[in-house]
Design a protein around this ligand. Structure first.
Ligand SMILES: [Zn+2]
Length: 440
C-alpha cells in the first residue's frame, strides 16, 4: 500500500511538473508557488480521528518564518498545538485584528473520491481536490500569502494583525478555540475584530456570516404502566412519547413553513429533528409484540438562531413537549453559549454602527468582489467563542462560483479562486488593520 501510494504520488509530481514546464499555466511563477504551498498544507493529514498536528505546526511555523511573522505555539491540551502568529502594528495599543482558521478537518472516504483526498491533485481544469480544500485550509494559506504580499509591498499595519491556527474545531473546539478565547494570552492580544471561516458561494457573490446557530440536544423520556398489547388505557409510556413527538412535529412544521414559503432563511428559524427513538421490550426474534413497554425515549437535534427566545422555548419544552404531569422528564444539553459576556445575542452587527463591518464591506468592493446579504450560518464554527467574548466576528471564506463541498466527497477549490482569495484578503486585511483610532 505504502509503495503504491508513493508511486502514485511520484507519478503525480512528474505530471504536474510537465504541465507547468509546458507553459500552459496562466499564472505567474509566484502564484504557482502559492498554489504549491496550498497543496503542501493540504497533503498534511489533519483529518480526525488522528490529525497530524505536529506536521501541520511544523509547516505553519516554517511559513511564518519565511514571511517574517512572530510565532508562538500555545498548547491548551497535550499534543494539540495552537499556532499564534503576529505582525505588530505601528500602534500596538489599538484593538487588533485576528484571523482564525482551524487546522483539523473531518475524515474522508477515499473510495468515494475521484482523487485521493490527501494528494491535493490539481486537475486540468485547475481544481485542487483535497479534504480541507474548502473547510478550511484554504483560508489559512490565503491569510499567510496575503500577509506575505503585504510585507513584500512595504506595507506597515497601524493595528497589530494576529493569525490563530487552532486544533479541534471539527470536534467542538473544547481544546482549541474555546480555551484560547478564554485565556490570558487571548486577552493580551486586545482583539477588536475577528475573521473566521465562511462557506463557498455557488454564485459570483461572496457569502458572509454574522452569527452561528446554537446547537442543543434534547432527550425526552416517558415512563408509564406497562400493559397487554391489546388494551387501550391512558398514560402509557409510548402513548405519552407519541404526544411529545406530535407536539414537536407541529412546532417543526411552523418553523419549516416559514422557510418553505420564503419568509425566512433556513438558518433564521429554530430547526428541530428527531435523531433517535428507543423503546420496546427485546425478544429473541426482535421485540415483544403483545406488550406495551414501561419506558420510551426520543432524542432531538435543535439549532437556535441568535434571535430565538430561549426562555419561551424552554417553557415550551417543559410544558408542552415533556410535561411532568404526563410522567415525562427531559434533559437539555446546550452545546456552547447563546449570549455574550454582556448578555447580548451572539450576532455581529452588519450595519454602519459597526465600523469594522463598514471597512470590511468597502474592502470587498475595492477588491472587485460582490457581497451577498449577510447570513446566519446553519451550523456552528469557532466564531461563537469569539462572539461570546463580545468581539465582533464575521465568517468569511472568499470562494465565489464554487460548489459547496465542505465535509462532502471530492471537496475541491479551483486554483484561480484560491489565488483571487489572496487578493481579496490583501484588501480586507490592509483596510481593517488601517482602521483609524477615531472611527471606533
Ligand atoms: Zn470549518
Amino acid at each position: 500500500m505504502l509503495h503504491l501510494s508513493r508511486l502514485v504520488y511520484a507519478l503525480f509530481v512528474l505530471l504536474s511538473f510537465h504541465r507547468h514546464r509546458g507553459g500552459a499555466s496562466a499564472f505567474t511563477p509566484q502564484e504557482e508557488e502559492q498554489i504549491e504551498r496550498f497543496q503542501r498544507y493540504l497533503r498534511i493529514r489533519t483529518a480526525h480521528p488522528d490529525p497530524d498536528y505536529a506536521a501541520a505546526a511544523a509547516f505553519l511555523l516554517a511559513e511564518a518564518r519565511s514571511i517574517g511573522l512572530r510565532a508562538v505555539v500555545l498548547e491548551f491540551a497535550p499534543g494539540k498545538p495552537l499556532i499564534l502568529l503576529s505582525w505588530p502594528g505601528s500602534n500596538t495599543s489599538l484593538p487588533s485584528l485576528l484571523l482564525n482558521s482551524h487546522i483539523d478537518s473531518v475524515p474522508a472516504e477515499p473510495s468515494r473520491w475521484l482523487h485521493p483526498p490527501f494528494a491535493a491533485v490539481r486537475d486540468a481544469a485547475g481544481r485542487i481536490f483535497a479534504r480541507g480544500a474548502q473547510d478550511d485550509k484554504c483560508i489559512a494559506v490565503q491569510y499567510l500569502e496575503a500577509l506575505r504580499n503585504l510585507k513584500d509591498s512595504g506595507f506597515t499595519p497601524l493595528r497589530s494583525i494576529h493569525v490563530s491556527l487552532v486544533p479541534d474545531e471539527e470536534i467542538g473546539g473544547a481544546d482549541g478555540a474555546a480555551k484560547f478565547s478564554a485565556s490570558e494570552q487571548f486577552r493580551e492580544l486586545n482583539v477588536g475584530f475577528v475573521l473566521d471561516e465562511g462557506q463557498a458561494s455557488p454564485t459570483d457573490e461572496f457569502r458572509v456570516f454574522y452569527a452561528d446557530r446554537s446547537p442543543w440536544s434534547l432527550i425526552v423520556r416517558a415512563v408509564g404502566a406497562p400493559g397487554h398489547g391489546s388494551r387501550m388505557y391512558d398514560g402509557g409510556a409510548m402513548e405519552n412519547l407519541m404526544d411529545c413527538v406530535e407536539a414537536v412535529a407541529k412546532f417543526r412544521e411552523s418553523q419549516f413553513d416559514q422557510v418553505k414559503y420564503g419568509s425566512k432563511a433556513n438558518s433564521e428559524v429554530i430547526s428541530v429533528n428527531p435523531v433517535y427513538m428507543k423503546a420496546g421490550t427485546p425478544s429473541p426474534t426482535g421485540f415483544v409484540m403483545n406488550m406495551q413497554p414501561s419506558e420510551a425515549e426520543v432524542g432531538f437535534d435543535l439549532r437556535l438562531p441568535p434571535t430565538a427566545d430561549i426562555d419561551l422555548l424552554k417553557k415550551r419544552i417543559s410544558e408542552e413537549w415533556a410535561p411532568t404531569i404526563k410522567n415525562m422528564t427531559h434533559q437539555l444539553i446546550q452545546k456552547g453559549p447563546t449570549r455574550d459576556n454582556k448578555g447580548r445575542p451572539l450576532a455581529t452587527p452588519t450595519d454602519d454602527s459597526n465600523p469594522w463591518w463598514s471597512a470590511f464591506k468597502q474592502a470587498i468592493l475595492a477588491s472587485g468582489g460582490k457581497l451577498a446579504k449577510p447570513e446566519i450560518l446553519s451550523s456552528t464554527t469557532d466564531a461563537r467563542f469569539m462572539r461570546q467574548m463580545g468581539i465582533p466576528t464575521l465568517g468569511f471564506s472568499p470562494m465565489a462560483n464554487t460548489p459547496i463541498l465542505l465535509h462532502d466527497h471530492n471537496e475541491f477549490l479551483k486554483d484561480s479562486v484560491f489565488l483571487r482569495g489572496i487578493k481579496v484578503y490583501e484588501h480586507v486585511i490592509g483596510d481593517l488593520c488601517s482602521l483609524p483610532e477615531t472611527s471606533l
